[in-house]
Design a protein. Structure first.
Length: 62
């Protein structure tokens, strides 16, 4: 399963329906998240990590 598919599954499991993807960036409520693989080894880890894309936020504030 791709990282994008895992991220989509994670978002839908959380009950969030208002999201989209811009290439490989997840967009929820106007906030952009980069999708990364997670290898923390925790038993309940789903293998995907979402990080706020601070680059896009910085450009918006300029």
């Amino acid at each position: 399963m791709s990282l994008k598919a895992r991220a989509q599954e994670k978002v839908e499991r959380a009950g969030i329906s208002n999201y989209s993807f811009d290439r490989d960036v997840l967009v929820m409520c106007g906030v952009r998240y980069t999708i990364e693989a997670c290898e923390c080894g925790e038993p309940d880890c789903d293998g995907v990590r979402l990080n706020k894309n601070m680059t896009a936020i910085g450009r918006a504030l300029q």
